[in-house]
Design a protein around this ligand. Structure first.
Ligand SMILES: C[S@@+](CC[C@H](N)C(=O)[O-])C[C@H]1O[C@@H](n2cnc3c(N)ncnc32)[C@H](O)[C@@H]1O
Length: 300
C-alpha cells in the first residue's frame, strides 16, 4: 500500500475514533458561553470571519460593552483589552515558531470560536494545524469552518480530562515538532486539575521532536486599579460558567516552578507591560508588573 494512503487511512481512523465514539466526558467542563463572547470580540476586532461570530456572542458583547467602555475610559483597561494583548502575544510567538520550524504542527486545545486555526491555515498552508474542543463546541466550530472552506480539517471532539486527549496526539507525526496552544482556558481549573492538564501535555507529547506549550494566564490582579472589580467579576464568572475559575499565581517564579514540576524544562513568562513597551525593557521580568494577563511559553 502507498505509505501516504496508509498514513491517511490511519489518521482518518483515529480522527473518526476521536470524533464518533460515544464519548465519556469528565465533570471538568465549564460551559462554553465565554467562547461565544470571545468569538464575537475577535470578529469585532477585525481578525475573524463572520461565520465564527454567533448571535449569542453578539448579545453577550452588547451586554458587556458599557462596562468595558467604562473600564477603558476611567481605569485604562478592560477584559477586551486583555483579550487583544493575549491574542497578539500568542499569535506573534506562533509566527516566530513557524519561522523556526517550517514543518511545525499545532494543536489548539479548547479552541472555541477563535479564528486562529483558520487564519494560520490560510497563511501557512504547509503547517498542520488542528483544533480541539468539547463535543458541542467542536460541532459548532466544525460547521462554521466547513462553510468557510470545505477542506478544513475535522475539529477534534475531546474532553481534555479523558483518555481521548491522549488519542488526539496520535493525529500528529512525532518526527516533527508540536506546539500545544490554549487561550482563555487555564484559569477555569483549580491548581490540581491544571497540573494534571499540563502533565498530560508533557507526557503525551514527550516523543515529539520538540514540544512547546503556549498559553495565556491571568495572574492575581495585584497593583491594578481594577483589582477589586476583577475579583468580583471572577466570582461571577465562576458561578456562571460552573467552573473553579480563579487566580492561582502571584509572581512569575511561581508559574515557572509549577509548570516545571508538571514536566516542562524551560518556562518563560511574558508580561504585556514589557512586551508592548520598549521603554520598559529594563523592568525585572521576575516581578509582577500589574498586567492582568500574561503569556506563558513552556518547552519540554
Ligand atoms: C473561554 S473559552 C475560550 C475559547 C477560545 N480559546 C478563545 O480564546 O476564544 C474556553 C473553551 O474551553 C472549552 N472547554 C472547557 N472545558 C473543556 C474540557 N474539559 N475539554 C475541552 N475543552 C474544554 C470550552 O468549550 C470553550 O470553548
Amino acid at each position: 500500500m502507498c505509505p501516504l494512503f496508509d498514513l491517511t487511512v490511519k489518521i482518518t481512523k483515529r480522527t473518526l475514533r476521536i470524533t464518533m465514539t460515544d464519548q465519556t466526558l469528565s465533570k471538568h467542563r465549564h460551559i462554553s458561553f465565554t467562547a461565544h463572547y470571545t468569538g464575537y470580540i475577535w470578529y469585532q476586532m477585525g481578525i475573524s470571519h463572520p461565520l465564527l461570530a454567533t448571535s449569542k456572542g453578539k448579545t453577550l458583547a452588547m451586554i458587556a460593552h458599557p462596562i468595558e467602555s467604562w473600564g477603558e475610559k476611567h481605569v485604562g483597561g478592560s477584559m477586551r483589552t486583555t483579550l487583544k494583548e493575549r491574542h497578539t502575544m500568542l499569535d506573534d510567538r506562533l509566527k516566530q515558531l513557524i519561522g523556526q520550524y517550517p514543518d511545525l504542527q499545532i494543536l489548539e486545545i479548547a479552541a472555541g470560536l477563535s479564528p486562529r486555526g483558520w487564519w494560520f491555515r490560510e497563511h501557512y498552508p504547509q503547517i498542520d494545524y488542528r483544533e480541539l474542543d468539547l463535543p458541542d463546541m467542536a460541532k459548532t466550530k466544525q460547521t462554521a469552518l466547513k462553510q468557510i472552506n470545505p477542506d478544513s480539517p475535522v475539529v477534534l471532539s475531546v474532553d481534555l480530562f479523558t483518555e481521548d486527549f491522549k488519542n488526539a496526539f496520535a493525529v500528529f507525526d512525532p518526527q516533527r515538532p508540536l506546539v500545544v496552544i490554549s487561550e482563555g482556558l487555564i484559569n477555569y481549573f483549580d491548581k490540581a486539575l491544571l497540573s494534571q492538564l499540563i502533565q498530560s501535555i508533557a507526557d503525551y507529547g514527550k516523543d515529539f521532536q520538540s514540544l512547546y506549550y503556549l498559553t495565556d494566564l491571568y495572574p492575581e490582579p495585584v497593583k491594578n486599579k481594577l483589582a477589586k472589580v476583577i475579583w468580583g467579576s471572577s466570582k461571577l464568572l465562576k458561578v456562571l460558567s460552573r467552573s473553579a475559575f480563579g487566580f492561582h499565581f502571584i509572581d512569575p517564579a511561581e508559574v515557572q516552578s509549577f509548570i516545571q514540576n508538571a514536566g516542562f524544562t524551560q518556562v518563560q513568562v511574558v508580561q504585556p507591560s514589557i512586551y508592548f513597551h520598549q521603554e520598559n525593557a529594563d523592568l525585572d521580568p521576575e516581578q509582577h508588573h500589574g498586567d492582568l494577563v500574561w503569556m506563558i511559553e513552556a518547552k519540554r
